[in-house]
Design a protein around this ligand. Structure first.
Ligand code: L34
Length: 284
């Protein structure tokens, strides 16, 4: 018997605790929290994600500043905006939605966001701190996955954890967070020789490759916890994960749906990071 891990419910809990804490800090210390979200171009999926972020800010009592820039925006123009936001006291967190248009270098953009306001935790300084386990911010998607695993009551220590995908924003930090919890971590990728064999050893399997239905039921160990980070849009407009849900659910003990799994968690963890950013004003 499998159980669905409901990302909507878990993310609601995270957002509620951010809202409650922020409300209390507003009353007691006059704290405010602001998040700037930059989106360049017209990617329809990115627009949906950015809209969901704005709604979550409203819910939590975080002021959101949205910058919807046209596709033709130059890298210099974008950097100029980021510099302005870096020194704007109303802005605690800055997020530049990825992917960016091809003429803009994502690395340069990320490097120019002040590490103190980098609520995505993509800046090399924050990435380095995650490596050594002394972080201010955790990257939103991997941190959300950790919350989902925790919600099942599954102990990570000593477990076989397999992460499929090695991106800088999900796969690599995901592996690191599982390692911090003493999981035995394997990272699989496009050059991995026998993907199915690795996956079948996993007590905890995290799929983050962006290949629709890559992970099928016969690649999953009986009783595994299966987390699907994939967010693929099929030609018929339907969203689909990296895991073939119908066959995978027959093997898994817990499994996340797409949509309604990891996506809402990414947003909830962003709210948490923005609160952390705002709270750092209290220490100054
Ligand atoms: N800078 N770029 C930056 N930070 C991020 O954290 C992201 N990410 C990823 C893409 N680019 C980014 C997101 O925000 C992915 N992502 C994201 C956020 C929210 C959702 C999915 C991906 C989400 O809300 N998913 C809903 C379904 C939405 C729909 O219907 O299309 C869900 O239930 O999964």
């Amino acid at each position: 018997m499998y159980r669905i891990i409901d990302g909507k419910t878990v993310s609601q809990g995270v957002k509620d605790s951010v809202r409650d804490e922020l409300t209390a800090l507003k009353t007691e210390m006059g704290l405010t929290a602001g998040l700037a979200v930059i989106i360049v171009g017209d990617d329809p999926a990115s627009k949906v994600y950015v809209r969901n972020k704005k709604l979550a800010c409203e819910y939590c009592g975080i002021e959101s500043f949205e910058y919807a820039l046209p596709e033709r925006t130059t890298q210099d123009e974008l950097l100029e905006l980021i510099n302005k936001l870096n020194s704007d006291p109303k802005v605690d967190g800055i997020l530049c939605q990825l992917p960016l248009p091809e003429h803009i270098d994502e690395k340069v953009v990320i490097n120019n966001i002040s590490p103190a306001k980098d609520v995505d935790a993509f800046h090399p300084e924050n990435v380095g701190q995650i490596m050594i386990g002394e972080y201010k911010y955790l990257p939103c998607t991997p941190a959300g996955v950790m919350e989902l695993i925790a919600s099942t009551g599954t102990e990570i220590s000593g477990k076989e954890c397999v992460v499929v995908g090695r991106s800088n924003i999900v796969g690599k930090p995901m592996a690191m967070l599982l390692l911090h919890k003493s999981g035995t971590v394997t990272i699989c990728h496009s050059k991995t020789k026998d993907l199915a064999e690795h996956c079948r050893r996993a007590d905890i399997l995290v799929a983050a490759v962006g290949v629709p239905n890559l992970i099928k039921g016969d690649m999953i160990k009986e009783g595994a916890v299966v987390i699907d980070v994939g967010m693929n849009r099929l030609d018929n407009g339907k969203l689909c994960g990296d895991v073939e849900f119908e066959t995978a659910k027959e093997k898994a003990s817990y499994i996340t749906p797409v949509p309604g799994g990891v996506g809402p968690m990414t947003i909830a963890m962003l709210m948490k990071n923005t609160l952390t950013a705002a709270k750092s004003k209290l220490k100054q």
